[in-house]
Design a protein around this ligand. Structure first.
Ligand code: OAD
Length: 251
């Protein structure tokens, strides 16, 4: 992995790091990304599956889709990229992990705190009484889960198109982008806002911004540095550098 002298030297002293992840970090675990020729949105229509009106029209279909995704996610494991970020959390004093992913893989890798901008597929809640039903597991095919308390419709706790992000979570993500010294953008096409605005916020306040991606993206020309390649190859390398310098500083 080739990194600039600037990033190398920053890693020796950095105390505040914010990481934004997208579907690309889970690709090596076997979870499909959304965009691109083989992405989920090339096979499925988001307006029929990830949309509140679609849910009201056809809740069984929407649940079928989430059960399909739950099955995939249940059977995969966090990869080297996830594991590296779990290690990074332990090494950096002020560390924040912000994700657009709903797959729960950062928690499964061992990160203690994850700012989940788009929710988590493992959780669900009742749209009538608002009480969380928590993890329903995989619901029986063709069956619409109902709230055990009020018999209302239960939906996955994920953000659909046109919906607001959880305000407290997003505000905390903005806060961390505003104070970090290093901002890493990993495996996201950076086309979905407001998440895609976070690296821009970070750069505007003076953070060094680094993109880790297999392809150029919408923010490649904005970030300070691009590390082209798989998150599972690059992130362990960055963490090894962090570890090495921290060990030296302890001596
Ligand atoms: P995308 O599918 O739009 O982008 C995935 C990115 O990961 C692309 O830029 C790929 O080049 C990159 N990539 C693929 N494999 C990689 C690897 N091994 N290492 C590093 N990068 C890799 O996914 P997101 O940007 O996460 O929203 O999509 C953002 C949002 O759009 C999602 O959260 C979802 C979707 O609609 C909602 O559902 C609300």
């Amino acid at each position: 992995m080739i990194i600039s002298d600037k990033l190398n030297s920053l890693l020796t002293r950095v105390n505040s790091v914010c990481v934004l992840t997208g579907a690309g970090i889970s690709a090596e675990s076997g979870v499909e990304t959304f965009r691109g020729a083989r992405g989920l949105w090339s096979k499925f229509k988001p307006q029929e599956l990830a949309d509140f009106d679609a849910f009201i029209r056809n809740p069984e279909l929407v649940w079928e889709w989430y059960n399909y995704r739950k099955k995939i996610i249940r059977d995969v494991k966090p990869n080297a990229g996830h594991m590296a970020l779990a290690k990074m959390e332990k090494l950096v004093k002020d560390f924040s992990l912000v994700t657009q992913n709903i797959d729960n893989l950062h928690f499964r890798a061992g990160n203690k705190k994850v700012l989940e901008l788009h929710g988590n597929i493992e959780r669900s809640y009742c749209i009538d009484c608002g009480k969380f039903a928590d993890n329903l597991g995989i619901t029986p095919e063709g069956k619409m889960p109902k709230c055990p308390l009020c018999n209302g419709f239960v939906r996955p706790d994920v953000v659909w198109f046109g919906e607001m992000l959880p305000t407290d979570v997003f505000e905390e993500a903005v806060e961390t982008a505003r104070r970090c010294e290093l901002f890493l953008v990993v495996g996201t096409s950076a086309v979905v806002y407001p998440a895609a605005g976070l690296p821009i916020t970070a750069k505007a306040q003076g953070a060094y911004t680094v993109e880790v991606n297999t392809e150029p993206t919408e923010i490649s020309h904005i970030v300070n540095e691009t590390l082209k390649g798989k998150a599972g190859d690059i992130l362990p390398g960055l963490v090894a550098l962090l570890e090495e310098t921290r060990r030296k500083n302890e001596r």
